[in-house]
Design a protein around this ligand. Structure first.
Ligand code: PMP
Length: 365
């Protein structure tokens, strides 16, 4: 070390708002016999057919991938009843969020979203040059869409809605979303982030699939990272109007989706593979509901949980509660002074979480 590479102040004029951004936070590694419940990952091992599809791509890693991921877009287009042009594939849906925000918002513009929500939104907005406007969630930890619509000003270029919301787990209903879309001017981009949609079992929930083609300003975002268990391969997709996706594509880093990633996604959508993957989602949903019930029985005020995670509104007790989980080998995601997000993991993690939290349980009211 040392010399000009040492971590002393740089003479280079960096963008101050970028240099001040906190780095993306990843949970600490779990202890050997513990549980990593900090990133809403899928606890199941990859399917053999998916591993085989990835392995088969190794023979051509000297070649660049198809820049537009056409093969995957065609499979997705068919299942959503759209053309391949209406699908954009990215290195995780987070890269698509970044691209879509940058396509519509820049310096002097506002991007509006509820808070608390997905941790990445503030940083992505800052990188675009725009300003975040955060609208508080309801007391039940769901989005207040009336307030969200009311926060749209002349400067607003993008509104983000996350359902189920990370980290609180609460959905937006289809009726709430329809009323919201009726209030937002159609020249403002609305992003519906449905990273956890496959875990939803509330029939009243908004479903982006039912909205396709109904709004000229709506793009839905989904991912293979959660229900499909491909977080490590980074593949997500957006469905929406072609001109919006074309603009977003122009801001994407070219060639960032690898052949291994698209091969894994396509293999995951093969009927037999997908049946197995969705059966696993059912297992996670059952586990989620069982965990939520057990914690509620201990007095924890767990809000509606429709993703593959639960929200513990621990407020000032966040640090000691996260520490109790950590001591029991459970790595969760604390949000200082607010709450703790716990992913639904392996079967044994259910009892581990319930037992670790028992000594701190509020008790039945
Ligand atoms: N949206 C939400 C709400 C998320 O929670 C996440 C992942 N934590 C993402 C998008 C991004 O997921 P990925 O980039 O892995 O597709």
């Amino acid at each position: 070390g040392g010399g000009v590479n040492a971590s002393e102040p740089t003479p280079v004029r960096l963008r101050p708002e970028i240099a001040a951004l906190p780095p993306y936070r990843q949970g600490r590694p779990a202890p050997a016999d513990g549980f990593k419940l900090s990133s809403n990952e899928n606890p199941h091992d990859p399917l053999p057919s998916v591993r085989d599809a990835v392995a088969a791509t190794a023979a051509s890693i000297n070649r660049y991938p198809d820049a537009t991921a056409l093969a995957l877009r065609e499979v997705l287009a068919e299942r959503f009843g759209v053309t391949a042009d209406e699908v954009l594939v990215g290195a995780g849906s987070v890269s698509l969020l970044a691209a879509l925000i940058q396509a519509a918002a820049g310096a002097g513009d506002e991007v509006v979203y509820s808070w608390r929500s997905f941790e990445a939104y503030p940083g992505l907005v800052t990188v675009s040059g725009a300003t975040s406007v955060q609208v508080p969630n309801r007391a039940d930890h769901g989005h207040e869409l009336d307030d969200l619509a009311a926060a749209v000003t002349d400067r607003t270029r993008v509104v983000i809605v996350c359902s189920p919301n990370n980290p609180t787990g609460v959905i937006v209903t289809a009726d709430e979303f329809d009323a919201f879309m009726a209030k937002v001017p159609s020249d403002r981009l609305v992003l519906l982030d449905e990273a956890y949609v496959e875990f939803v079992r509330d029939g009243a929930s908004v479903d982006g699939r039912a909205l396709i083609g109904r709004h000229p300003n709506l793009v839905i975002l989904r991912t293979f990272s959660k229900a499909y268990g491909l977080a490590g391969l980074r593949v997500g997709y957006a469905i929406g109007p072609v001109p919006i996706l074309d603009a977003a594509r122009a801001t994407l880093v070219p060639l960032s989706v690898t052949a291994a990633s698209t091969a894994a996604a396509i293999a995951s959508l093969e009927p037999a593979a997908e049946r197995e993957l969705l059966a696993r989602v059912d297992v996670i949903v059952e586990r989620r509901d069982r965990l939520a019930d057990a914690l509620r029985a201990d007095g924890w005020p767990i809000p509606q949980a429709q993703g593959n995670f639960l929200w513990l509104p621990t407020g000032d007790a966040t640090d000691p509660t996260a520490e109790a989980l950590w001591s029991a080998g459970v790595v969760a995601r604390p949000f200082a002074g607010d709450g703790i997000r716990v992913s639904v993991g392996e079967e044994a993690s259910v009892d581990a979480v319930v037992n670790a939290l028992k000594p701190l349980a509020p008790g039945r009211p």
